[in-house]
Ligand binder design. Sequence first.
Ligand code: ATP
Length: 386
Amino acid sequence: MSTTLPAAGKPAAGTETAGTEAAEAEAAEAAAGAAAAGGARVEFRGLRRAFGTTVALDGLDLTVEPGELLALLGPSGCGKTTALRVLAGFEQPDSGEVLVDGADITRVPANRRDAGMVFQSYSLFPNLNARENVAFGLRVRKVPAARRRERAAELLDLVGLPEHGDRYPHQMSGGQQQRVALARALALRPRVLLLDEPLSALDAKVRAGLREEIRRLQLSLGITTVFVTHDQEEALSMADRVAVLNAGKLEQCAAPAELYERPATPFVAEFVGTMNRIPGRLTGSGDVEVAGVRLPVDGPAPVPGTSGVRVLVRPENLTVAADPEGGATVVSASFFGAVTRLHLDLADGTRVKADLPSREAAGLEPGARARVRPVERPVLVEAGTA
Ligand code: ATP
């Protein structure tokens, strides 16, 4: 589920408490003029949230380090958006706590949290131009008009739209609207930036460009950022760490390369990247024999005393050579430019995927016989032979 609330981070009009305005205007003005505040540490502790019989968060424990970009990744319905909404204050957990720099903010209303948010849908105010959208939170905070204008110009510059201040949302592309939404979320220098699938409505090329821009901005501002996505490529390419959720629980939180190379659970192995499962046999000396090659097992063997296992091998960790005497048969070959993906049937009937540099794929047309070998490196194994 994706939220469609229109406000970005700071309070919507009418939500301010009378009597505190002067002090807040001063604080906001100070914030608007100050150097970036630096990122906060965010902690989710034992968060649980159910909607009727659906458990969206089932005891989520997770820490986001100061200045880190953390991606929440997982299949549809795993609780990503709920976790983000709990952090934003739009959703109350049934139990558990949210801490920002050690302070418990679980019961703090959304408009008192120091967070800026960008949503999947562009969610700009249609009747305000880009400059007014960016300055909206500053206006609510009673920052003087001249300073608002100056700050909006700075922010539009920051997101690469210095000439777009007078444009209304319908006069901008989707990518431009998301840049304005990002500028708006950053206007009050929040200590936490929350991004809920902000790129998913954009076409592939714009998405790739904006990915890099968001990352560049996030690094230069040093702002702690939580990014919800179901796109693993997006998560792996942008994040310092990726938290994979499954059914409201954390499966693994690790740097992208570690998550990919050393998935902690079969779920992560399956969800992140592509994984082959090839029947193998434990040798009893800490190795496994697969496709005629002995490889060291990474981590403990799953079922002591069982020799038949499945060996987890990424497509790029299989070598394939055309060989009329080989035990494998090429089923299909898909050309992706630099890489060609082959589907092959091994001698025992196991269907595997192998990614080869395209220049090595000559002679590996469908029907060709081939020799398939895993690259010599430690592998994960699972119980079962199927
Ligand atoms: P997606 O990638 O599809 O957006 P998600 O991982 O963000 O999914 P959530 O939106 O957090 O998932 O939802 C988690 C579960 O809680 C889902 O089963 C969803 O249907 C349910 N849920 C979320 N919000 C509500 C609500 N307000 N009322 C009822 N059920 C809800």
